[in-house]
Design a protein. Structure first.
Length: 436
């Protein structure tokens, strides 16, 4: 059990196991998993000192002996859908596949997504993510028909309310064909101007309008100085090749912003030539890729009466080896696209390790839940160093297999030196009317 943490500082967390890459000093012994042992002095909201274990003796300060337990930095979740979350009991996915999800969400959105409904579910999500240790989140916002004008003000209000605790970004979500509809794009542009976070996006797949639709989005993003974030080739069809189309367009236009491509599932079922060409193009165009391992495992290769043979995830190792910035994220939570999940990046990491083999060595992949998504989102993170906010996720694990063997529901999330509240109770969802 993790020892009790004082309610107020100053206090010393002695003998914490911190990833060497997160440690502000060098020269201390690094263990087989890539951790160093450190002492962390916390005073008020900030770290007052970070020192090699055993060297920060403060006789007047309360000492908590972590005895080699792992202390992680907070997480960054670059791809979520806070506007859809927790609608499962109201509208489930009868087939469990992608098309069943799309149809169910459309029905639920048209019937229920008032500002109040979206705001309540979004706030539940943010409290959950905060409790699990996330400090930054990007959500996609379904921007279709009248929903566009309902959801964006809600997002802006949540963003303001969570400022300083969770950095919240958002990208609009609509089919790429809709980029050719001037009225639709007028609404999207107006909402992003008023309430957006400088990120434009859409869902891309192999429709005849793909090139023209992308050109509209690239041109708008260039004019506004926005980044781009796409849902790309979320499919088992090897002919789904929009990742390369996006990368080629970025190169041709010398796009100056950041581009994040989510899913890219079909990349891992393409023939060797196409697979290589797409990866090379993504690397040259500086397109980052976020894999959504839990949602892909749920939706992809699902056929009634047949056991799945494919994990559904993109070629993350090959992308990383080619120099593409790669990361993993939560994606959907208890909605028709994914029936489970809890905006818990430690769960995403644990499942990512298993589904995508993000181990051997574990530490090489640790940036996929923090540094890589932060770069893709353009965020500057405070690390563990004297003067920085005392933000940590304390666990009972002492090595990576202990970290990934258990869910660590007993973790202690420290934000600005104080223990974060636990995740909200599901009973709240009943009271919010999100459950029939
Ligand atoms: O919400 C969505 C939309 C598209 N694809 C997903 O995985 N989730």
């Amino acid at each position: 059990m993790i020892p009790a943490i004082p309610d107020s500082g100053p206090f010393l967390l002695a003998g914490a196991r911190l990833l060497a890459g997160h440690c502000p000093f060098r020269g201390e012994p690094v263990d087989r998993d890539g951790f160093v042992l450190v002492d962390l002095l916390i005073d008020g909201e900030r770290f007052a000192a970070v020192a090699p274990a055993g060297t920060a003796a403060h006789p007047d300060v309360r000492r908590v002996d972590l005895a080699g337990r792992i202390a992680l930095e907070t997480f960054v979740d670059a791809h979520t859908h806070l506007d859809k979350a927790h609608i499962w009991r109201r509208t489930h996915n009868p087939t469990g596949d992608f098309w069943g999800a799309l149809d169910a969400v459309t029905r639920d959105r048209e019937a229920h997504w008032t500002a109040q409904d979206v705001a309540a579910r979004m706030d539940f999500c943010l409290r959950t993510a905060y409790a699990h240790g996330s400090a930054a989140i990007r959500t996609h916002i379904d921007s279709v028909g009248p929903q566009t004008r309902i959801s964006w003000p809600v997002l802006a209000e949540a963003r303001e309310r969570w400022k300083g605790r969770i950095a919240l970004q958002a990208a609009p979500l609509f089919k790429i064909e809709s980029a050719l509809d001037a009225a639709h794009m007028g609404h999207v542009e107006a909402m992003l101007d008023a309430y957006g976070t400088g990120v434009l996006g859409a869902v891309t797949y192999m429709v005849p309008e793909l090139g023209d639709g992308l050109a509209v989005l690239f041109a708008l993003a260039e004019r506004k100085g926005w980044d781009l974030d796409f849902h790309v080739d979320e499919s088992a069809d090897p002919e789904a090749r929009s990742l390369r189309v996006i990368a080629d367009m970025a190169l041709a236009r010398r796009f100056p912003g950041r581009i994040l491509a989510g899913h890219c599932c079909s990349l891992s079922v393409q023939d060797e030539d196409e697979h290589k060409r797409a990866i090379e193009a993504a690397a040259r165009a500086n397109v980052s890729v976020v894999s959504l391992p839990m949602c892909n495992l749920f939706l992809q290769d699902r056929h009634a009466g047949r056991t799945p043979r494919w994990r559904g995830v993109t070629a993350l190792h090959e992308l990383s080896d080619a120099g593409v910035e790669v990361m993993i994220a939560s994606d959907n939570v208890r909605d028709p696209f994914y029936a489970y999940g809890d905006l818990d990046m430690l769960e995403v990491w644990r499942e990512g390790v298993r589904i995508l083999h993000l181990d051997y060595p574990f530490a090489r992949w640790a940036p996929v839940v923090r540094e890589a998504p932060a770069r893709a989102m353009g965020l500057a993170l405070d690390g563990v160093r004297a003067g920085a906010p005392a933000d940590l996720v304390l666990t009972d694990a002492r090595d990576f297999t202990q970290l990934f063997a258990r869910p660590h529901a007993d973790r202690i999330v420290l934000r600005a030196g104080k223990r974060a509240p636990p995740p909200p109770d599901y009973a709240e969802l009943e009271a919010l009317g999100t459950v029939p």
